[in-house]
Design a protein around this ligand. Structure first.
Ligand SMILES: NC(=O)c1ccc[n+]([C@@H]2O[C@H](COP(=O)([O-])OP(=O)(O)OC[C@H]3O[C@@H](n4cnc5c(N)ncnc54)[C@H](O)[C@@H]3O)[C@@H](O)[C@H]2O)c1
Ligand SMILES: O=C(O)C[C@H](O)C(=O)O
Ligand SMILES: [Mn+2]
Length: 540
């Protein structure tokens, strides 16, 4: 179908704005519908960046960028690709948390998302057909909004996380924006302030749970699979009681991925390997403490555990290296309300003389002397000075990753961790932070955010149309980020910088594609070629 006139200018995938040439303007019946001067894409980028830079806050910058996206997708991604480092915190976390919290009040445009309601399940097929409008959808990011970052249940407003995650797929790995679809499953919300807000745009009822909820998820997955059989299905920010259940249900059947469990596991393992490359210690010598053992905490723990087993420990030996601390304190086998993902990593009270006192992080740190401390607790400031000093007293290079997002929920600031450990801590944070000067050394802080790996993982899997996402492919992704940072430099980061995101996304993609080929999960033969062929670039 040939778009002409206003239909063309209003189609953000096809619109080139002032870059339409004189001939195109005639041909497409848009002569006189644009200012006369024909611009190049580079000139448009320059003009848009000037506009962007004139906005004072991250929020205002983000709103400008979303308007630009709604006008001209090519220009938006060209601009994004030239300023990845600068745009990530604006387009994505942490600014995205503000737009999610205020979604119903800020709302301007549905941004091509699919809004599926538990109350109108007969519409699922029509919605997915209408929104895709003949496009071959290859990548869906779906959320139900129950566990957005660490800020909890935001109902339908969580749709922005699907939109934002997809933008990072394109900016970082060149996934074709025409082939993606953000989806929100609206099963209600338990946030009282939303239910009481007349302007709230989602279903005004509490979350539907149990069988009806799971049937809704099933119906969505089945319908999406039947309409888009080559799709990679990315689940994001589901609640703790559902995320792992959903992943376990589908992971051996379709090409699917849970970012909070698997993506976070990969990037944290990569960060730990990076830290050990600096300290020259062995993974199998580490004592691991997860503070907050929910979706991400348990997912990461399992990934690090698997890595220890791969390095030669038996499962029983490996398990002895792990401690989980959640709301109840250190998790024991007789602790109440354990999740299925926590159970394999619980301890026995008989291991400690003071087991009944291990009800908080500080007491547990004193009792177990971890060498790695990872925070996914959503509890800000909980890595306190006494806790960190106690940890640092028993290990030469403490590995400390406060990963809770957004910024306001981080367990600690990198700057403080360096101060309290006299520069010895090997740190990664969930959100980007500026380098820290301490005692004459500039410390670069790695960002252990799943955004550093999920784009490459997705592109690699899609490029070869893998049958499923295997553990081997996940493992390959975790091992693909080494070798970029020089570990001998003082203050070296444990992970490669976001400014190289597009570069190392390709390394991840090719590694993952090759692994799928090796595991016979695809008929494709040439990983490099397949990845290169799938990569979209923003140009007219
Ligand atoms: N950096 C990343 O890439 C990344 C990825 C995923 C999640 N996260 C962050 O991790 C955090 C958790 O996300 P999630 O999806 O696992 O959420 P979740 O709700 O599944 O898990 C949070 C866990 O923290 C526990 N918790 C709450 N209060 C606590 C306390 N006082 N002491 C100890 N534990 C406590 C909860 O009981 C729960 O088990 C969020 O802030 C999220 O942004 C970061
Ligand atoms: O969205 C992010 O920044 C990472 C992660 O998926 C999270 O839930 O915090
Ligand atoms: Mn998430």
């Amino acid at each position: 179908m040939k778009y002409t006139g206003l239909d063309l200018l209003n189609n953000h995938f096809l619109n080139k704005g002032t870059a339409f040439t004189k001939e195109e303007r005639k041909d497409y019946k848009i002569e006189g519908l644009l200012p006369p001067f024909v611009q190049t894409l580079d000139q448009q980028v320059e003009q848009a960046y000037e506009n962007y830079s004139s906005k004072d806050t991250f929020l205002a910058k983000r709103m400008y960028l979303m308007d630009l996206f709604n006008e001209n997708v090519t220009l938006y991604y060209k601009l994004f690709s030239e300023h990845v480092n600068e745009f990530m915190p604006v387009v994505y976390d942490p600014t995205i948390a503000d737009t999610i919290e205020n979604y119903s009040h800020f709302f301007l445009d549905p941004q091509n998302a699919a809004y599926l309601s538990i109350d109108d399940q007969d519409d699922i097929k029509a919605t997915l057909k209408n929104v895709s409008a003949g496009r071959n959808i290859k990548l869906i990011v779906v959320t139900d909004g129950e566990g957005i970052l660490g800020i909890g249940d935001w109902g339908v407003q969580g749709v922005d996380i699907s939109v934002g995650k997809l933008m990072v797929y394109t900016a970082a790995a060149g996934v074709d924006p025409k082939s993606v679809l953000p989806v929100v499953l609206d099963a209600g919300t338990n946030r009282k302030e939303l239910l009481a807000d007349d302007l709230y745009m989602g279903n005004h009822h509490e979350r539907v749970t149990g069988e009806k909820y799971y049937n809704f998820v099933d119906k969505f997955v089945e319908t999406a699979e039947s309409l888009f059989p080559d799709m990679y299905l990315h689940f994001e920010d589901f609640g703790r009681s559902n995320a792992a259940n959903i992943l376990n249900k589908y992971k051996n059947q379709i090409l699917t991925f849970n970012d909070d469990i698997q993506g976070t596991g990969i990037i944290t393992l990569a960060g730990i390997l990076g830290a050990l490359n600096i300290s020259k210690e062995k993974l199998t010598d580490q004592v691991y403490l997860s503070f907050g053992a929910g979706t991400a905490g348990a997912g990461i723990t399992k990934r690090i555990f698997d890595a220890m087993v791969e390095e030669g420990l038996s499962e029983d030996e490996a398990r002895k290296h792990f401690y989980l601390v959640d709301k109840q304190g250190l998790l024991f086998d007789d602790t109440e309300d354990l999740t299925p993902e926590q159970k394999p990593f619980t301890r026995q009270r008989s291991e400690f003389s003071n087991a009944n006192e291990l009800t908080n992080l500080e007491a547990t740190i004193k009792a177990v002397h971890p060498t790695i401390l990872v925070g996914t607790s959503t509890q800000p400031g909980t890595f306190t000075e006494p806790i960190i000093k106690e940890m640092a007293a028993h290990t030469a290079r403490p590995i400390i990753f406060p990963l809770s997002n957004p910024t306001k929920l981080a367990e600690a600031k990198a700057e403080d961790l360096l101060k309290w450990t006299d520069g010895k801590a090997l740190i990664a944070t969930g959100i980007p932070v500026e380098p820290v000067e301490y005692n004459g050394v500039t410390y670069h802080i790695g960002q252990a955010n799943n955004a550093l790996v999920y784009p490459g993982l997705g592109l690699g899997s899609l490029a070869v149309n893998a049958k499923v996402l295997s553990d081997g492919m996940i493992n390959k992704a975790a091992h693909s980020l080494g070798g970029i940072v020089d570990p001998t430099q003082p203050g070296a980061a444990v992970l490669p910088p976001v400014s190289k995101l597009d570069e190392f996304s390709m390394t991840v993609a090719v590694g993952v594609a090759q692994q799928a080929i090796d595991e016979k999960l695809t008929d494709t033969k040439d990983a490099k070629q397949a990845v290169a062929d799938s990569k979209w670039e923003p140009k007219y």
